[in-house]
Structures are given as structure tokens and as C-alpha cells.
Ligand binder design. Structure first.
Ligand SMILES: NC(=O)c1ccc[n+]([C@@H]2O[C@H](COP(=O)([O-])OP(=O)(O)OC[C@H]3O[C@@H](n4cnc5c(N)ncnc54)[C@H](O)[C@@H]3O)[C@@H](O)[C@H]2O)c1
Ligand SMILES: [Zn+2]
Length: 369
């Protein structure tokens, strides 16, 4: 079954379509939104190897003219300096104002192609065809695009909403299990931050979701998109509620920064640890009961996700260094450390001035030096 939902942004509303076998039918979804305009597909080498032929066949069958720009797989393709070369490659393909960029890949390709679409020729339309679980449930929805600088990740970017998001569940079959699990951590995030019923559903359905069982995977992806879409529609520019989506990310980003954004620790794995630490911090502050924190930890742990910094290569980390990274996070304003905390499983709030001493206490309790 193919399901659809609308991200409700005045004047720029767009649909998210979730289902199996969408690549072959791509023209049917594109045509009502962008007509027969020329496309430039942006993808990475790994996704190209597995799935580009299928996408191109779908486009050919529908009569689309299209070119491709293929970047190396991995976060380094999202580097600000590499972006210059990427923009030139897109221009080499003879882009004009009517050309539509297609981001066909994980979050890296989505952020890169999205930022390209926001800036090349001062902005062209783009479509997201996310190919990782993380991109399907998180990064392809919401319109944040950007690239990394030597000062940190995603520090140069733009809000630029796609015209359509097509999440084909079949492409997930080639995704390595570890990447799938990392994306799953972001699904858990939605349950914990705002919907205990969804968290309960995940507690029972996780093995089937991770096995990509057609009876559950589509529903689970769509529910996450629905939650993100609702938050984005309410607060596109993150003046309020959208910040809740950063649950687990203050600790998570610090660990990623310390491990160099590489394969030692994937983003979703960092978020899994970060959610457990945010729950611990919430317990310390008397907001969340210990049972709730343990329930979160147990679910992630049972699936094989890391739940403590000391499970990460390079541990033990110095609490002071992690806190230093947090103070450079772009969410930190006037040196005040911001965390999303829980008052119960399924209900969260933003805390904008958490004392460094408390952060240090939580970190040392989990083994940091
Ligand atoms: N814009 C946002 O709102 C937002 C939100 C969350 C994360 N992000 C960004 O997303 C990025 C992480 O995204 P990601 O986890 O998707 O990483 P990724 O794009 O690097 O993909 C992970 C790996 O999986 C490979 N891959 C992708 N699809 C595949 C498939 N179907 N089969 C086999 N291999 C496949 C990729 O080549 C890559 O090696 C980060 O740069 C992060 O900053 C952005
Ligand atoms: Zn994330």
C-alpha cells in the first residue's frame, strides 16, 4: 500500500509518499507536482550502484529528461569546500531555473542537494527520494539543508522545502543493518519526545520493523513523518516546539564531534546514547522516574544500539571535552547549555540553561573521566 500525507506549510505545502516499489512509478508522483521539467539527480556512489538504474528506468518510462551528479558516499561530501565543486558540477549539467534537483540518497545527499537547490541560481525546486531509514523518517522532511564547516556540522545552510518526498521502502533492503538501526534510533526519538503510544508500538514491533516487514515498516515510517510534519508545520524555523526534535542531540553531537563524525559512531547511535543520557539527566532533576529512564535504555539496548558513552571506541571520554563541544553547538546561546528533557516517556520540554556541573555529573555517572 502507498500512503500519503501533506506537510502543511502555507503556500509551500508538499506531500510525503511512503510505499513499496515507488521508483518504478516515479513519474506518476512527479508529474502532478513538477510536470515534465528536466531533472538533475544527485546521489552518492553507493546508492548509485544499488538503485540509480531503477530510478532512471522509472524516469525514462515516464519520458523525463534527466542527468546525474554522483558524489562519493560519506559525510565528507557535505563539506563546505566540496560544495563549491558540487555547485560547479550541477552548473556543468546546464541547470536552468526550471530544472528540478532530485536528492536521491541518505541525509548527506539530501542536505547537499537541498542546499544546492536553495542556492544555485538563487534557488530551484527540489524533490527528496530518501534511501536511508534516517533520511526517510527525519532528514528528508522539514526543509533544513546545509553543509559542514571546520567549525562544525551544518553551520552553513538554508531552509528550503522540497516539492515532494518519495520514500520507497524497497530501497531499504540494501541498507547495512547498522545504518538501519541508527535510523531506528530516530524513530524511537519521536515516541519518547511526544507519543508514548508510538513508543509502546515500537517496543512490540521493533523486530518486524528492522526486518522490513511490509506489514509494519510503512506504517512506522509514515507515523514518524506525520509527527515531524506536524511539528515543522507549527514551527518551521525552530522558534519553539521544533527544538524538541533535538532530544538526545546535545549529548549526541558532542560524542560525534569527539569521535570525528566517522564510522566509530553513527549519528543515530550517538542519538541513542544521547537519549539515554537526557533521560538520566531528567531523573537527576526529579522530572522523570527511574522506571521511565530504564525503559528507554532497555529498549535501545535490546536491539543492539549503544546506550552509554563507554561503549563507543575511544572511551572513556573527558567530560570537560564533551561539555566544551556542547558549548560550541549552534543551539547554545550565550554559553547556556540547552537540553531536551523528559517529564515522562512520551512528553518532553526544552531546558535552556542547564548548569555544566549537572552535565558533568551525568557524564561521570556513565563512565566519563
Ligand atoms: N536536514 C535535516 O533535517 C537532517 C536531519 C538529520 C540528519 N541530517 C544529516 O543527515 C546525515 C546523515 O544521514 P544518513 O544517516 O542517511 O547518512 P548517509 O547519507 O551518509 O548514508 C549512510 C550510508 O548509507 C549509504 N546508503 C544510503 N542509502 C543506501 C541504500 N538504500 N542501500 C545501501 N546503502 C545506502 C550511503 O552511501 C552512506 O554510506 C548527516 O549529515 C546529518 O547531518 C540532516
Ligand atoms: Zn538526528
Amino acid at each position: 500500500v502507498t500512503e500519503r500525507l501533506t506537510v502543511d506549510l502555507a503556500g509551500r505545502a508538499y506531500d510525503i509518499v511512503v510505499g513499496a516499489g515507488l521508483l518504478a512509478r516515479v513519474g506518476e508522483f512527479l508529474a502532478p507536482v513538477i510536470g515534465r521539467r528536466r531533472l538533475i539527480v544527485v546521489t552518492d556512489e553507493t546508492v548509485a550502484q544499488h538503485h540509480l538504474a531503477a530510478l532512471q528506468a522509472g524516469l525514462d518510462a515516464a519520458g523525463y529528461r534527466h542527468a546525474a551528479v554522483i558524489v562519493p558516499a560519506g559525510e565528507s561530501s557535505k563539506d563546505l569546500h566540496r560544495f563549491a565543486d558540487f555547485a560547479e558540477q550541477v552548473l556543468d549539467q546546464g541547470i536552468d531555473r526550471n530544472t528540478v534537483l532530485v536528492a536521491f540518497g541518505g541525509g548527506v545527499v539530501g542536505d547537499l542537494a537541498g542546499f544546492g537547490a536553495a542556492t544555485v541560481l538563487r534557488g530551484v525546486d527540489f524533490v527528496q527520494i530518501p534511501t536511508t531509514l534516517l533520511a526517510q523518517v527525519d532528514s528528508s522532511v522539514g526543509g533544513k539543508t546545509g553543509v559542514d564547516t571546520r567549525h562544525g556540522k551544518n553551520l552553513v545552510g538554508a531552509f528550503h522545502q522540497p516539492r515532494l518526498v518519495l520514500a520507497d521502502l524497497d530501497v531499504l533492503k540494501t541498507l547495512p543493518h547498522r545504518e538501519l538501526l541508527a535510523g531506528y534510533a530516530e524513530m524511537v526519538k519521536y515516541g519518547i519526545l511526544g507519543d508514548v503510544g508510538f513508543f509502546e508500538y515500537l517496543e512490540s514491533a521493533a523486530p518486524r520493523i528492522l526486518a522490513l516487514d511490509p506489514a509494519v515498516i510503512g506504517h512506522a515510517v509514515l507515523e514518524c513523518c506525520r509527527m515531524k510534519a506536524a511539528i515543522v508545520a507549527e514551527d518551521e524555523r525552530e522558534a519553539g516546539r521544533r527544538a524538541l526534535l533535538n532530544l538526545g542531540h546535545t549529548f549526541g553531537h558532542a560524542l560525534e564531534a569527539e569521535t570525528g563524525y566517522g564510522s566509530a559512531l553513527l549519528h543515530g547511535e550517538a542519538v541513542a546514547i544521547g537519549m539515554v543520557l537526557a533521560a538520566e539527566m531528567s531523573v537527576h532533576l526529579g522530572l522523570l522516574d527511574k522506571v521511565g529512564a530504564e525503559r528507554i535504555r532497555r529498549h535501545l539496548d535490546a536491539l543492539g544500539l549503544p546506550t552509554s558513552p563507554n561503549q563507543v571506541p575511544g572511551a572513556p571520554f573527558k567530560a570537560a571535552r564533551l561539555i566544551e563541544h556542547m558549548s560550541h553547538d549552534k543551539k547554545t546561546i550565550d554559553g547556556k547549555l540547552t537540553f531536551v528533557l523528559l517529564d515522562r516517556v512520551g512528553h518532553s520540554r526544552v531546558e535552556r540553561d542547564v548548569p555544566a556541573a549537572l552535565v558533568e555529573r551525568v557524564l561521570t555517572a556513565t563512565g566519563a573521566a
